[in-house]
Write a protein that binds this ligand. Sequence first.
Ligand code: FES
Length: 258
Amino acid sequence: MIVQNRMAICSTRQIADNIIEMVLTGNLVNEIASPGQFVHIRVTDTFEPLLRRPISIASFDKVKEQMTLIFRAEGRGTQLLAAKQIDAEVDVLGPLGNGFSADNSVKGETALLIGGGIGVPPLYQLSKELTAKGVKCVHILGFQSAAAVFYEEEFAALGETRIVTADGSAGEQGFVTDSLARNPVDFTTYYTCGPTPMLHAVQQAFHDKQGFLSFEQRMGCGIGACFACVCETQTGQDMPYVKVCSDGPVFPAGVVAI
Ligand code: FES
């Protein structure tokens, strides 16, 4: 169920260049159904900026009623959010969208988790859920440079983790697909989140595999009402378009035209 909740900030810290990790507490956490869902946050009480900001959930703990958000503070709204201090409250709408399902992998299989930049966070909760049920996770995490890298240790604690940077300043040089071409991984299902060109390259590289892609898209309402996030589907699908906010953001490979 989608709820609107005033949530308190338990901790906030910068974990990479312009990247903030923020832990919030509130009973909205009890409604989270799957990794890859997101929340929509009003960053001020003055309706300026007017629109909420969509932010993906990196992990959650229902016992503590806490969720961890990771976001890039680059626009006015996210910079205002990043400036907030511990104990401040924010107005949160969520959880929104349909996330990844850990049910798509079974115990003993290997899952390949591929993230790019600010698409990395939702894969963390997914990896926690997959590894908890006995799925071996291999993580390929792409960033622009060493200064942009975050959560390397957290992912490494769950399984093999490769860092790939565009400029080669950390880990391997190139794109995530370059790394996978050089050192292939034997897996059953892939899960990926990141910029559309990366999703496109991953889907092409693994066209014969089961895969699930989480899309990053500009959003307005976040609840399926404004059509700001519409994407065309590939030919042969039931619907000519989908809304990333309410039909996604996670779709099986082959659904969205990219
Ligand atoms: Fe409004 Fe998706 S953001 S319909």
